[in-house]
Structures are given as structure tokens and as C-alpha cells.
Design a protein around this ligand. Sequence first.
Ligand code: URA
Length: 240
Amino acid sequence: MDGSDARPQAASPEGQTDLELEAVHARIRVCTLCGLHASRTQAVPGSGPVPADVMIVGEAPGFNEDVQGLPFVGAAGRLLDTLLEQIGLSRQQVFITNILKCRPPQNRDPMPTEAESCMPYLRHQFRLIRPKAVLVLGRHALERMLPGVGSISRVHGEFFMRGGVAFMPCYHPAAALHNGGLLNDLQRDFDRVRSYLDRLLPAPEPVSAAPAEPIPPGGGPTPAETQAAAADPTEQLTLL
Ligand code: URA
């Protein structure tokens, strides 16, 4: 042995990000910032790779998530998996989390104070995941992440650029389980995310146009628009 084996290895940037995300999740698991810690079985920080092109943000863990410690593992999660598969994505490729990391009793709506306590965790996850697109599922996530843009029924399927990241509100899969009429909308909205990623992921184009916001249905932002949005210091960064 020449002694060099004993030297500490420098962690790769990816490794450091993994460690930082795990540290955030460890803090979430012991969090007592709001009253929900008293009734939870366990916290549900989120799951998926870091970094990830796509981040999905739901409302709060339900019964199954609270038991398993993983997001979207019940009926709504199975529909989410199907929607992802239909656009060529697997759960292993996307980062999934919620506004609230702990289950509200009887799945009641999140209270504003609970969401405020929890938002710093989501912001930290967002900075580490560095998504290109964020799917905002349901009205509670919409109110928190894109306040003031309009109701979910009006703005679902539109892209909102924030700091160069495309945020798309969609109906919550649980809502589509109750009202089958929403399923077509959900599938169309997921298709738009696929088209957006397809245009975004190849080589970036030069900046040529200022972004329009929101983008009307039928045409998501081009890579050039996304770059322009990233460079625009006037954008309101609600989540960041
Ligand atoms: N509904 C959500 O909003 N999140 C989950 O994790 C499960 C169901």
C-alpha cells in the first residue's frame, strides 16, 4: 500500500447534491414546525433522482403515502404513473414531492400556516433538483407556487416561465379519478410537457425573442424563449 489510498476522495458535485438532498430529507423526517408532525406516521419528503428534468409537486401525502413514506403510491399515484408512461417517462426519471410533507388528518385541505412552514423545504429541493419543467398538480399546489395566475380550470395546460423554468398547472390526478371528464385534459396537458421537453432537450438555440407569458395552448416556449426568460431579471420568482 503506497498511502494514497488513505487520502479522502473529493466528492463529485453530483455526490454533494445527493448528500445535501438527503440532509434536507433527514430534516423533514424529524420536522416539528407545524402541528401535522403529531398525527403523521412518517413524513414524506419526496423521491426521484437529483438533478431531474421534471419535478412534480402535489398537495400532501394521503393515507398510503403516510404509511409508506413515499409520494403518490395510492390510486392517484397509479394514474400519475400511467400519465407519465404515456409520455415516455418513468417514476425513476422524475422527482415527485408535495407542498406539505406530512399528511393532514382525514386528508383535509392544507392550512396556510402548514404550507408556509413547509415551503422552505420545497424551495431547497427545487434548487438541488434544478428541473427544466415543473408539473403543478391541483389547486392547492397552484395557489402556493403560482399565486394569482388564475383558477386551475382556467390555467391548466399553460406554461408559466419562472427563472427559465417552465411551470405547468395540471388537474390533480385524484380529481380525474372522481371526475373522469378531466382525464382528457390531463392527458393533453402531459402531452404538452412532452413536446416542450422534446424541443428543450436538444442543443439550445441562440436567444432571439422575449418570452410571452403565459404561453397560449398549442405552443409551449421554445428553447430560445426559455433562455431569454432565464436572463430576464424582471421575472417574479415566487418559488425561488
Ligand atoms: N395526493 C397528493 O397530492 N400527493 C400524494 O403524495 C398523494 C396523493
